[in-house]
Design a protein around this ligand. Structure first.
Ligand SMILES: CC(C)(COP(=O)(O)OP(=O)(O)OC[C@H]1O[C@@H](n2cnc3c(N)ncnc32)[C@H](O)[C@@H]1OP(=O)(O)O)[C@@H](O)C(=O)NCCC(=O)NCCS
Length: 250
């Protein structure tokens, strides 16, 4: 091999051979769910039963949230403008930012940095929220326009609890919610981004993968919206809520 060759540790390929992180693709196809394969390719190791269940729940949790999120509006607008499916999908993904879906990244960064501090979760959370108050900064992963209690958060934490899974980041996340109410006097529920951030942090994922989890989860939802726009709506229509109506199955 020449000196300027580069290396990858992800997938080994050769004639008739594809091995993802050392696992033959045909075995992965036979034995693993999509969520388990995502865990394997990102982490480089097989998930435990709890991690497999949690990874599946993460990927399902953010699959769609109706027609109002900015990424959906962007994807439908690009489609409506007479563009290809891939351009519309890319448009949707480009809108995923720090306040929409991408809050996972900053929430996980903060949780991973602050969980290293000494003290119990309540003390660390109080110090963190004090700092947020002073610097007039919002805590990513908390607050929701629609949900007083985000049902996806409750379910993710229920699955973690049921499996006896829950380390310092989930504990800190719950403590931050309590501290936001106590110190800021505001009820800011842990939203799905905050819950995913805590769970992936306990799973040992780097916070820099945060937005990626949301992108993997939301892509099928974006595709469904783009396809619906393509097949059901008139080109270049006036787009954007309000008002829009849901008329799918109850
Ligand atoms: C999601 C979000 C935009 C919803 O906001 P909203 O319900 O419309 O609330 P507003 O933006 O009107 O804010 C209302 C008040 O709560 C505060 N607030 C809202 N979310 C906050 C947070 N995460 N941390 C600290 N304060 C927050 C605002 O500063 C504002 O305070 P003020 O009335 O003293 O000015 C908001 O909670 C937020 O920015 N969260 C952080 C980003 C995030 O998690 N995004 C993912 C969403 S799923």
């Amino acid at each position: 091999m020449s000196d300027n060759s580069w290396k990858t540790a992800i997938t080994d390929i050769g004639p008739g051979k594809i091995a993802v992180r050392g696992h033959d693709i045909t075995e992965v196809m036979e034995k693993m769910s999509y969520a388990e394969a995502v865990y394997l390719i990102l982490k480089g190791e097989l998930p435990s039963k709890a991690e497999a269940e949690l990874m599946n729940a993460i990927l399902v949790s953010s699959i769609d949230h109706g027609a109002s999120p900015p990424s959906v509006l962007a994807a439908r607008t690009v489609m409506s403008g007479g563009n290809s499916l891939n351009a519309a999908m890319a448009g949707g993904v480009l809108v995923i930012g720090d306040t929409h879906g991408g809050a996972i990244e900053n929430a996980a960064r903060i949780m991973q940095e602050w969980a290293k501090k000494s003290g119990d979760a309540t003390e660390i959370a109080a110090e963190l929220v004090g700092w947020l108050k002073e610097s007039k900064t919002r805590m990513p992963g908390f607050g929701h326009r629609l949900h007083k209690i985000d049902p996806r958060t409750a379910k993710l934490f229920e699955i973690a609890d049921r499996n006896g899974y829950g380390g310092k980041h989930i504990k800190l996340c719950r403590a931050i919610e309590r501290a936001l109410e106590k110190i800021l006097g505001k009820q800011l529920p842990i939203n799905v981004d905050g819950a995913i951030a805590a769970v992936i942090s306990d799973m040992g994922f780097d916070w820099r993968l945060g937005k990626g989890f949301f992108i993997i989860s939301r892509t099928p939802g974006l595709l469904a919206h783009v396809y619906e726009e393509m097949t059901r709506e008139r080109p270049m229509r006036k787009l954007g809520p309000p008002p829009y109506e849901y008329d799918g199955p109850t």
